[in-house]
Design a protein around this ligand. Structure first.
Ligand code: GDP
Ligand code: K
Ligand code: MG
Length: 268
């Protein structure tokens, strides 16, 4: 069987650049079903398998049909692992998607892209600390020039790439709802290790998850019993997690220098 990997990340973080650097030729080019986004599957160099380029999104909760492709892919396609490509100069914003992907619980590595940009801005990123916190491989990359792509390719070929483990503790009421929801997923064609992800995304009203699991009066009742703003509470817990994960990871240049850099960025 051919190993299939996928590239996920926010828009404009270098997914396509990395895809091009990692693949030699196309296996397939077409459209994702139901949307006009191009579906590209490339052959990884060294015959390491196939690579799927997915539409960029800031959140798994889709704001367009195009973005729903990402959750549908996670739930319905057979894949060996994923690379989450993030913009090193926008780490905090990028991690909102990262932690949701980690909650899914598939083999995963992070491509820390645009390290040339973050270096130019004087940001120092403690990659070892970030890796210890995330417990997945974090590989610095400059997708535009191909730097780090060899390491990514070899990481795909590492058969010990293990599933991401990330449990965010939500509000007590939400945790209790999750526990009640889990048994309602037992008949679905999806490994049990992804069921907590389903419960959280169901509580967020992710339409791709609703389509996948189908309607259920029991689940609706569990959701209706919650008397707190669910989405806000989940988002707050995620933001707190991101703050914990990044604590001490990024060192910014002195305030004045930051100010000057930002001013220059705004001018050019
Ligand atoms: P996608 O939207 O995630 O597929 O991102 P693209 O691969 O289309 O890249 C978006 C833009 O960022 C393009 O102009 C790329 O040339 C540029 N880019 C990609 N990777 C890097 C990088 O590592 N460093 C820099 N400076 N630019 C990059
Ligand atoms: K783009
Ligand atoms: Mg792209």
């Amino acid at each position: 069987m051919t190993n299939t990997f996928c590239i996920l990340g926010n828009p404009n973080v270098g997914k396509t650049s990395l895809f091009n650097a990692l693949t030699g030729s196309y296996e397939y080019i077409g459209n994702w079903s139901g949307v006009t986004v191009e579906k590209k599957v490339g052959k990884l160099k060294k015959n390491y398998g196939n690579l799927v380029d997915l539409p960029g999104t800031y959140d798994l909760l889709p704001i367009s049909k195009d973005e729903a492709v990402v959750t549908r892919f996670l739930l319905q396609e057979d894949f060996s692992g994923m690379i989450n490509i993030v913009d090193a100069s926008q780490l905090r914003r990028n991690l909102l998607l990262t932690i949701q992907l980690m909650e899914f619980g598939a083999p995963m590595l992070m491509g820390l892209n645009m390290v040339d940009v973050s270096a130019k801005r004087g940001l120092h990123i403690d990659i070892k600390l970030l890796m210890r916190r995330l417990r997945i491989p974090v590989i610095p990359v400059i997708a535009r020039t191909g730097k780090g792509t060899h390491e990514v390719l070899e990481a795909f070929n590492d058969h010990n790439l293990s599933a991401a483990r990330m449990t965010i503790r939500y509000d007590e009421q939400i945790e209790s709802a999750i526990q009640q929801l889990l048994p309602t997923f037992s008949d679905l064609p999806l490994n049990r290790r992804h069921h907590r992800f389903l419960a959280v995304q169901y509580l967020m009203d992710n339409p791709a998850v609703l389509d996948f699991i189908g309607p259920s009066a029991t689940r609706q009742e569990i959701k209706d019993q919650l008397n707190l703003p669910v989405k806000e509470a989940i988002l707050k817990a995620r933001q707190q997690k991101i703050t914990e994960l990044l604590d001490g990871v990024i060192t910014k240049p002195a305030e004045q220098k930051t100010y000057l850099t930002e001013t220059i960025d705004n001018i050019v």
